[in-house]
Ligand binder design. Structure first.
Ligand code: ATP
Ligand code: MG
Length: 432
């Protein structure tokens, strides 16, 4: 029998890398709390229709990347249901907003999520079939101010703060407005007209997009096409007075708090439901998959999936890509893995000391220390070898120590060996 491996595009996250994942997620939770966001956890799978309607049939996600299956009907009377592993989380959050009537209190809902998403894409560095996102949404009835440009600016400022808290430097915020539900059709019409002559000179994907979804042509990454695409009509020239003023206010608020951005006229994003503000944070260190996060405003999404009018704005950041960025930065800084070593390795010197050495480990751990516990059957030499790999210091705990109440501590870095009363051990090892 062949060896069973993790499915292509999925992977195991192992220590010590998971420390970094936890650090990123904990930092995000801390920052989101300061902006008064609460956590939402939606199901991993949903009715396929949610994504078909909420993300859009014409998007890459829905047309070719979803994991969809037919759930067997349990009874004859029951109809089989099409289900899909969530490829993104905004549609699920908005479904929950509608289902639980979260807008009825007349307040904004500020929700964040952390979890896996699934897309059948070609796996490569920074692109997986099970990947992870940290995202947030601000959604509510218009009377709660959900359309305000201040909400857009606040989210972008929060993201800049989060990246700073994570010590991620060197990012770029690309910002654009794709206009309202009435601006967009006029722009798409102009694009279609311009593409009649241009499309045949572009890549095959663009030739298809020119017909199915002309906005997607602006996403093209083929180098030879770039100059030609830059000549196409720009969305900025099709914005009505309201959209223009909205975007100007987002920019002014960002300027006021010193968040740098560049306006990218071609940034239209992959999801059909975006209106007005769209944005992406990119990072040069990521290579081809350079988007750290993306987001935008989705004023019509709730209505598109059968809910009340509930404008909103949100983002999703790729945790996998944050990890890659931080790993690259740490390598550049030459940071060692010493931080992951335990504070102490307790070596029981003989089986008779095992039970009491667990008590000692318990004392130290309760004092907040990171402790590795050895084994009483190990010879002294083996305990030292193991301890040296796992911890900064070794604590010898033999019969003599048990009787005298003094333990022997050796620091692997300095080579220094000392005897300390058991009661003072935690403090000596650095407990607060
Ligand atoms: P990309 O242009 O990289 O395909 P996208 O526009 O499809 O990104 P979104 O749907 O906006 O991405 O998702 C937000 C973020 O989630 C992206 O900026 C990226 O960091 C991350 N992401 C998206 N797809 C993947 C994937 N397959 N593997 C890892 N991260 C991903
Ligand atoms: Mg994509």
């Amino acid at each position: 029998m062949g060896q069973i491996k993790a499915v292509r595009g999925t992977r195991d996250l192992l220590p010590p890398e998971t420390e970094l994942w936890n650090h990123i997620e904990a930092t995000a939770r801390r920052v989101f709390a300061r902006y008064a966001f609460g956590e939402i956890r939606t199901p991993i799978f949903e009715d396929t229709q949610l994504f078909a309607r909420g993300v859009g049939e014409e998007t890459d996600i829905v047309s070719k990347e979803m994991y969809t299956w037919e759930d067997r009907a349990r009874a004859q009377s029951e109809k089989a249901q099409m289900l899909t592993l969530r490829p993104e989380n905004t549609a699920g959050v908005v479904r929950a907003y509608i289902e639980h009537k979260l807008g009825d209190a007349g307040l904004l809902q500020k929700l964040y999520y952390i979890g896996p998403q699934f897309r059948r894409e070609r796996p490569q560095k920074g692109r997986y079939r099970q990947f992870y996102q940290i995202g947030a949404e601000v959604i509510g009835p218009p009377s709660a101010g959900s359309e305000s440009p201040l909400r857009d600016a606040e989210i972008l400022e929060m993201l800049a703060t989060l990246l700073e808290a994570l010590s991620i430097t060197g990012w770029t915020l690309e910002l654009n407005s794709v206009g309202s539900a009435t601006d967009r059709p006029r722009y798409i019409q102009a694009l279609r007209e311009a593409l009649v002559d241009l499309a045949p000179t572009l890549c095959v994907d663009c030739q298809r997009r020119a017909v199915t979804n002309p906005l997607r042509v602006l996403d093209c990454k083929v180098p030879e096409d770039q100059a030609k695409i830059d000549e196409l009509p720009k969305i900025a020239d099709f914005l009505d007075e309201d959209s223009r003023a909205h975007f100007a206010q987002v920019c002014a608020a960002l300027d006021a708090c010193g968040v740098a951005y560049t306006v990218s006229p071609r940034l239209v994003r992959g999801l059909d439901y975006y209106t007005r503000t769209t944005f992406e944070f990119t990072h040069g260190g990521l290579g081809a998959q350079n988007a750290l996060l993306g987001g935008g405003r989705y004023d019509g999404l709730s209505e598109a999936i059968g809910g009340p009018k509930a404008p909103g704005i949100g983002f999703a950041m790729g945790t996998d890509r944050l990890v890659l960025t931080l790993q690259a930065q740490q390598v550049a800084l030459g940071e060692s893995s010493a931080a992951l070593l335990a504070d102490a390795y307790i070596a029981p010197l003989g089986e008779a000391q095992q039970a009491e050495s667990l008590v000692l480990a318990r004392e130290l751990r309760r004092a907040g220390l990171r402790v590795e516990l050895g084994d009483g059957t190990f010879r002294l030499k083996k305990s030292f070898e193991m301890g040296n790999k796992l911890a900064r210091r070794i604590v010898l705990f033999g019969e003599q120590e048990a009787v005298s109440g003094m333990v022997t501590v050796k620091d692997f870095q300095t080579g220094e060996q000392t005897k300390v009363p058991r009661g003072e051990l935690a403090k000596m090892l650095g407990a607060q």
